[in-house]
Design a binder for this molecule. Structure first.
Ligand code: EPU
Length: 343
């Protein structure tokens, strides 16, 4: 393990933003992580796949890239298997591994960029499934003490794109291993409209988990920009939830407002719809833009700076508040100059 000074992070964040780490190293085991992180070096960032961060400036202190690998079946019975994967494994690599072993549960989460260790932090989700639906346990390295700690589902306090690791435990742990409970008796989740339609278009009447994965990959590739081609970090904002009274008021002015019920009686409004109505879809300012096919995705067409993307995000936030009275919270983590925060 080697610590490198002034390391370029451009290839390590899917926005493709140009920023440097003051010091940088990659770790492949808990032992290497302990050697790099102890004693705590002051400013420390743990980097996974870099697919959910906006770098607004060079990062002071140490950046550790979690490359802890390995996937194996930890235990199994006739119905299910507990699969253990290192925090540095690519998320989609784990999905492909599970499909190869014919273990169900991850097929709707195909092709999500990022690493296994980052997946619990924001409880990744897509097409009607969230990580919490298959989550069993995780192991984490406590950065202040070097102790290994296990978290079960309850102690992770998963919410919509949220967990304890985005709140009280933010910046305090490096997730080294994740255990998922996958099923041998497949229960397909096809309720998300686009999946059924895509399977029909593929002429598949009796789909397998592998077919569902193919459908999800097809939908994602048709809607979401490939970070290899156009820098982005997926959805920039979370979909906001509003109370029924506010929905009824807004529907008087905006009868076409897309809305979905939530289990708690509130209504979820797609942020992409709000941003499109506010006129931002496809807009471009220099190399910072709002994607042409999915307004919720902000993009770097080449040489945008993180600060320009952040400025665009703030302007979108302000105009959505002005038009609908709805505040959009970022889903992406903003790293950079101290004090750069986005409510
Ligand atoms: N819509 C528009 N205009 C747009 C985009 C969306 O009107 O430009 C409306 C459409 O009515 C569409 C609805 O929004 O039917 C929902 O759009 P979509 O199915 O694309 O999903 P989303 O709510 O925009 C969420 C997740 C995505 C996930 C998809 C599919 C969040 C913040 N985003 O997006 O996750 O892939 O559902 O499940 O919850 C991510 O987190 O990075 C991500 C891409």
């Amino acid at each position: 393990m080697q610590i490198i000074q002034h390391y370029p992070l451009k290839r390590l964040n899917t926005f493709g933003l140009n920023a440097f780490a003051e010091r940088f190293c990659e770790v492949k085991s808990v032992e290497e992580l302990a050697a790099a992180a102890l004693p705590p070096p002051g400013s420390l960032h743990i980097l996974g796949g870099g697919s959910n961060i906006l770098l607004t400036a060079d990062l002071p202190g140490l950046v550790i890239k979690n490359n802890i690998g390995g996937i194996n079946i930890f235990e199994e019975d006739d119905d299910s298997a507990i699969v253990a994967a290192g925090g540095g494994v690519g998320w989609h690599e784990l999905v492909l591994w599970s499909l190869h072993k014919n273990l169900g549960g991850l097929e709707n989460l195909s092709l999500i960029p990022g690493s296994v260790g980052a997946a619990p932090i924001q409880n990744i989700g897509a097409y009607g499934v969230e990580l919490k639906d298959v989550f069993h346990q995780l192991d984490a390295f406590e950065l202040a003490t070097g102790n290994m700690v296990s978290f079960d589902a309850q102690s992770c306090r998963f919410g919509y794109r949220d967990s304890v690791f985005k709140n009280e435990c933010s910046g305090k742990y490096c997730i080294t291993k994740v255990f998922l409970k996958l099923s041998k008796h497949h229960q397909l989740r096809l309720e998300y409209g686009d999946i059924r339609r895509t399977l029909e278009e593929m002429n598949i009447a009796d789909p397998t988990i592998q077919d569902v994965s193919k459908a999800v990959i097809h939908i994602r590739q048709s809607k979401l920009p490939d970070p290899e081609a156009i820098g982005n970090a997926g959805s920039f904002f979370k979909n906001p939830e509003i109370m029924e009274g506010q929905l009824l008021d807004l529907q008087k002015k905006f009868p076409g407002m897309v809305h979905y019920p939530t289990p708690t009686g509130t209504w979820k409004i797609p942020a992409g719809w709000l941003i499109e109505q506010a006129g931002w879809k496809g807009k471009r300012f220099g190399d910072a833009g709002c994607h042409t096919r999915q307004a919720l995705v902000l993009v770097n067409y080449g040489n945008a700076r993180g600060a320009e993307i952040l400025d665009l995000a703030r302007r979108i936030q302000e105009s959505v508040v002005a038009m609908f009275g709805i505040h959009l919270s970022p889903e992406v983590n903003i790293w950079g100059t101290e004090g750069v925060k986005m409510p």
